[in-house]
Design a protein around this ligand. Structure first.
Ligand code: NAD
Length: 488
């Protein structure tokens, strides 16, 4: 059931097939059927993309002509908005997104962020006079100048691919960098469309390149080790992030890493709507395939039995309504691939073996279609040393851990290699804020507050990453600061 036109590479200003003509199948996670074909780039294609991006950065005025750049990237943004329905269909069929997730993080969210990225761009102080200063007997008139970092390799994952592409590519281009996008093999067409639209806009050759491929590591590793690439902007797993840092060390390139998470949500005993707060902690959005998803629920020992009963009821009620392709209220579809489904099922088996108590789900769902569905799953009686509490599962699995008091909750929340997100719910805002300030993570939501927004930096502490997407900080990742001193 092929429904999308073939995805092309966009290299050096030309939309084209892979040099060797190779393509590969784009599979729907809902059905396991082929929904399209993507170009399967060879190393020679990536070599050409790197050379083009380097050449266009070094020999054109892309990085210095702010006005021309703004106009072209604006046109690209407008084209993306005009293609909203096509993006939505790609997010559904290719990324396995449910309709309600399309309306938030997958497509409508990032599209609604685009205009604000330009507003942030307009606040960048490109030159800052620092006045005169005598140093070692020499008077100098000084100036700080912001400049584009150079050639950027953007390497993206499959879970919210369009969101991440917008958050990286638009700031990188606006900053004056030239860009090579290497998407995850599972979601090639959600990036190929970017090349197609840049071609329609008439981008200068080499400024933006999109290189899709079936094999997960080869093309990304070429970007990582090539000295013509100045910066890798990566979102993906912590394991691959570490490898990029290691492989990038030889050329000492900048690495900007948005990695995994195992975020904790703390519901305190004085939460005004305790039952609702607990019930809303079900991990279901995009089948739990979200880096910032709260996957460890910490509840007070004093109300633990009540929390478990609330979750049992909530999961029982919820089990009927997920997995629908057409229901606009549905947030949960399948996992991205058979491999990911099996990985999640393995973690569920590990949870059982380690002594956690399963109160919901736990199996592959076979009544939703032929795709890669796993039931919404919840483990209680979990201790924070269990594998299911320590490792990122990236599936619809919630683990519930009791705590004794505020200090204990903070200790458990921070007892993690990760530090991406978190949440605190309490009837006492000051108490919740005291806890939020002590959680070692890049974002925290208090009493249901949403810490993800176009103007707020997003990124992790500890092994959740280095650097920030979005906000002015998201532009800074793609800028260098030069100090110029004029003597005499
Ligand atoms: P992944 O790490 O397997 O792959 C990410 C990208 O890296 C893909 O494009 C892949 O082809 C590429 N890649 C694989 N090996 C490589 C190598 N050796 N060198 C260079 N590139 C290589 O991640 P995934 O499975 O696609 O995505 C899920 C992960 O992404 C989860 O861990 C999730 O937490 C993380 N994620 C993080 C954020 C964030 O903002 N922190 C957002 C979304 C997803």
């Amino acid at each position: 059931m092929t429904i999308f036109p073939d995805g092309k590479l966009y290299i050096d200003g030309t939309l084209r097939e892979a040099a060797n003509g190779a393509t590969y199948e784009d599979i729907s996670p809902w059905t396991g059927e082929v929904v399209g074909r993507a170009a399967d780039a060879a190393p020679a294609d990536m070599e050409e993309a790197i050379a083009a991006a380097r050449r266009s950065f070094d020999t054109t005025d892309w990085s210095t002509n702010h006005a021309q750049r703004r106009e072209l990237v604006w046109k690209l943004g407008e084209k993306l908005k005009a293609n909203r329905d096509r993006l939505a269909e790609l997010a559904r069929h290719e990324a396995g997104s449910a309709l309600a997730a399309v309306a938030v993080a997958q497509v409508d969210g990032p599209l609604s962020f685009i205009d604000t990225l330009f507003e942030i761009f307009d606040t960048i102080e490109w030159e800052k006079p620092m006045g005169d200063r005598v140093v070692w007997g020499v008077n100098s008139e000084r100036l700080l100048v912001k400049e584009a970092s150079g050639v950027v390799g953007v390497i993206t994952p499959w879970n919210v691919p369009f969101y991440i592409t917008v958050g990286k590519v638009i700031p990188a281009l606006l900053a004056g960098c030239t860009v090579i996008v290497k998407p995850a093999p599972d979601t090639p067409l959600l990036s190929a469309i970017l090349g197609e639209l840049a071609d329609e806009v008439g981008f200068p050759a080499g400024v933006l390149n999109v290189v899709t491929g079936k094999e997960p590591a080869v093309l990304g590793e070429m970007l990582t080790i090539d000295k013509r690439v100045d910066l890798i902007s990566f979102t993906g797993s912590t394991g691959v992030g570490k490898r990029i840092m290691e492989k990038g060390a030889d050329t000492l390139k900048r690495v900007f890493l948005e990695l995994g998470g195992k975020s904790a949500g703390i519901v305190l005993e004085d939460a005004p709507n305790f039952a609702t707060s607990v019930a809303q902690s079900i991990v279901c959005f995009h089948a739990g395939q979200g880096c910032a998803t709260i996957t460890r629920l910490l509840v007070p020992r004093s109300r633990y039995d009540e929390a478990v009963a609330v979750l049992e009821a909530a999961y029982q009620g919820y089990s009927q309504v997920w997995g629908s392709f057409d229901d606009p209220q549905n947030v949960m579809g399948p996992l991205i691939s058979e491999r990911q489904r099996d990985r999640v099922l393995d973690y569920i088996e590990t949870g059982k073996k380690e002594g956690a108590r399963l109160i919901a789900g736990g199996k592959a769902a076979t009544d939703k279609g032929n795709g890669w569905f796993v039931e919404p799953t919840c483990f209680v009686d979990v201790t924070n040393d269990m594998t299911i509490a320590r490792e990122e599962i990236f599936g619809p699995v919630l683990v519930v851990i009791p705590f004794e008091d505020d200090e204990d909750a903070i200790r458990i929340a921070n007892d993690s290699d990760y530090g991406l997100s978190g949440g605190v719910t309490s009837g006492d805002k000051d108490r919740a804020m005291r806890i939020a300030r002590r959680i070692r993570s890049g974002t925290v939501g208090v009493n249901g507050g949403v810490s993800i927004a176009v103007d707020l930096p997003f990124g992790g502490y500890k092994q959740s990453g280095i650097g920030k997407d979005w906000g002015l900080e998201g532009f800074d990742e793609y800028l260098e600061t030069k100090a110029i001193a004029v003597g005499g």
